[in-house]
Design a protein around this ligand. Structure first.
Ligand code: PRP
Length: 181
């Protein structure tokens, strides 16, 4: 990854805007689950920063944290990719309020697979919280209960989101402009 390439990304959401979005989402979750125990499930790797900030802003909720990792694999004979869980939950979600925490939902494929997987373990309730809800390429229908930002399209990085494993550490969110922008 050359610096020349990472320099092409332009500001999309400032650090302050991200902070405000996290505080708003934490407020919504705190209202919905006041006095309850909630298991927050971060989807690795992209959600690690968002999840860490979100759970520290949630109030009057007993917080539990776990992580899953879902990878999409294709093959030379099939262009279709299929999500595979490469790291599963370690906390049993049965009978619990569970919130899946994503950095971004794009096609929706990862999430719809994960929702089926966790539902099969009988949580009391299962909701979805994402920092970025990106709409253009959505083909799997998923219900998003808490969303920080809605964007139509664009390659976004920062605040956990990477390009070739780089730029996850940015405090703001940037986007790669399309050719003619
Ligand atoms: C990203 C993101 C979601 C998924 C969304 O993960 O964190 O899990 O893609 O895409 P989808 O809606 O099209 O399924 P990625 O595979 O880039 O891995 P990372 O989190 O480790 O960067």
């Amino acid at each position: 990854m050359t610096d020349k390439f990472t320099e092409k990304f332009k500001p999309l959401f400032t650090r302050e805007e991200v902070e405000d979005a996290v505080i708003r989402l934490a407020g919504e979750i705190s209202r919905d689950f006041r006095g309850e125990e909630v298991l927050f499930v971060g989807v690795l790797k992209g959600s690690f920063i968002f999840l860490a900030d979100l759970v520290r802003k949630v109030k009057d909720v007993s917080v539990e944290v776990d992580f899953v990792r879902v990878r999409s694999y294709g093959s030379s004979t099939s262009p279709e990719t299929k999500p595979v869980i490469t790291k599963d939950l370690e906390v049993n979600p049965a009978g619990k309020f569970v919130i899946i925490v994503e950095d971004i939902i794009d096609t929706g494929e990862t999430l719809s697979y994960l929702i089926k997987h966790i539902r099969a373990m009988n949580p009391k309730d299962l909701r979805v919280c994402t920092l970025i809800d990106k709409r253009e390429r959505r083909h799997s229908r998923v219900q998003v209960d808490y969303a920080g930002f809605t964007v139509e399209k664009g390659f976004v990085v920062g605040y956990g989101l990477d390009v070739g494993e780089k730029l996850r550490e940015l405090e703001e969110i940037k986007v790669l402009p399309e050719n003619n922008e």
